[in-house]
Design a protein around this ligand. Sequence first.
Ligand code: IFM
Length: 477
Amino acid sequence: MTTQETQPETDAPALAFPPGFVWGAATSAYQIEGATGADGRGTSIWDTFVRQPGRVVNGEDAEVAIDHYRRYRDDVAIMADLGLTAYRFSVSWPRIMPEGSGQVNEAGLDFYRRLVDELLAHGIQPWLTLYHWDLPQALEDAGGWPLRDTAARFADFAACVHQALGDRVRDWTTVNEPWCAAFLGYSSGEHAPGRREPAASVRAAHHLNLAHGLATQALRAQGAGAMIAGAVNLYAVSPHSDDPADLDAARRIDGLQNRFFLDALLKGSYPEDVLDDLSRVTEIDFIRDGDLATISAPLDRLMVNYYSRFTVSGKPGGAASAAAAPTGAGSPWPGSEDVSFVNGGRPVTAMGWEIDESGLYEVLKRVADDYPAIPLVVSENGAAFDDVLDGGAIDDRERLAYIEAHLRACHAAIEAGVPLKGYFAWSLMDNFEWAWGYGKRFGLVHVDYATQRRTPKASAFWYAGTIRRGGLSGPAE
Ligand code: IFM
C-alpha cells in the first residue's frame, strides 16, 4: 500500500488514544471466505437461503464472495500495511463441524490455524468470533435456534475450536449480534433461515443468549488465559416526541434491541417490562432455572457494534424510515410491530441508516453507567457508500468522515471515563452484505468482484495514519 495521506506521519495527534488501544478492522466468515464447497465444509443456513428466489438482491450468493479462503495471505499483508494491531474474524461452524455436531473436519480447522499463524507472524492479534450467523443447516433442520439443544451444540463447537486454537488465540467472542440472528432470522425472515415466526424468534433470542453463556463456560473450563466477550448491536433510541405513545415506543424498542441482551449478559436478568411485552407474542415458558446465571457468567469485555440511531413513534402513521429491508420481510420486533421508525432528518448512508455519532457516545456512556466495570470495545462501526473507482483510486470521503466522527465520539467517551479499549472498523474489505448482496460496500478496501483485485480506499490510508499517530489529528471539521 502506498502512502497517500495528506497529513505528515509524524504530527502528534491532537486527540491521542490511550497506550495499548486496540486498532482493528472486522469481517465475518460467510461474508468473505467463499469456497463454500471446499475441503469438506458442510452447508450453512445461508447457503440454503441464498438459493431461494427473492431472498437476496439480484439472487447473489457467497460461493466465491471475496475468495478470502484462498487469498488470506494477501489480505493479511493488507492488514499489516494498514498497521492494524488486531483483526476480528469469525469461524465458519459448518467448516469445522459439517453436520453441526459430532464429526470434526480437521481441514476446516487447518484453515483457521493458517490464518491465525499468518496474523501472528505479522504482529496482528487475532480476535476470533465463534458465531456470525452461519448455523449448520443440519441444526436448522433439527429446529434451529428456537430449539434449546442448539445452544448446547454451540458450546461443543466452541470447545472444539478453542482446543484447536486456544494456544494461539487469546481474544474470543461468542455470538455476534444475537438480536439479528434471532429477530431477522426467525421473525422478519430477512436473514437466514428466513422464518417468519415471532414466537419462535423470542425463543431463539433466549437460546442465543444461552449459547453465549454455555460457550463462555466451555472456554473457561479449558483453562485460564482466554479473554471472553459477547458482541451486541446497540442503538441509540429516541422517541419522536414527548407523546406517551412515542415514549412507550422508545421504551419497547430500547428494551428489545438493547436491554434484553445487556441485562441478560451483564445483570443476569431479563427486563420485566420487555418480558411483559413479549408475553403478548409467546408464553415465556422456555427460561429454565439457572439459565440466567449461565448467561451472565463474568466476561472480560463487552463488544459493542454501533451504526445508527432509531427515532421511533407509537402513533399510527409515523413516516417510515428509509432503512427498510431489501426484500419482502415481516417485522423484526415481536410484540412491537406497530412501532414506526421515523426519519430523524439526518444524513444517511447507502443503507438508509442515519449518521449520528452522538449516538455512539450515548450508547458507550450508557453501558458504562448502567453496567459498570465491564471493559468495552467497539467491535463494529462503519458505513456503506456508493464508491466510485476513479483512475484506480477511491476517494471515499463520506466513509472517512463517518469513521473520523465516530472515533471522536469514542475519544470523548474515554475522556468521560468510559473504559473503552479498542475500535474495529466494519469492514476491512467490501463483502457480501447479506440480503443486500454485493451492492452495499462497507470496506476500507475496495474489492473488484470480477477480478478480486483489492484497492485501499482513501479511508484506509487515513485510518492507517490515525493508527500510526495513535489518534486523531486536528479539530473536527
Ligand atoms: O455486515 C454486517 C455484519 O455482518 C454485522 N453487523 C452489521 C454489518 C453491516 O450491516
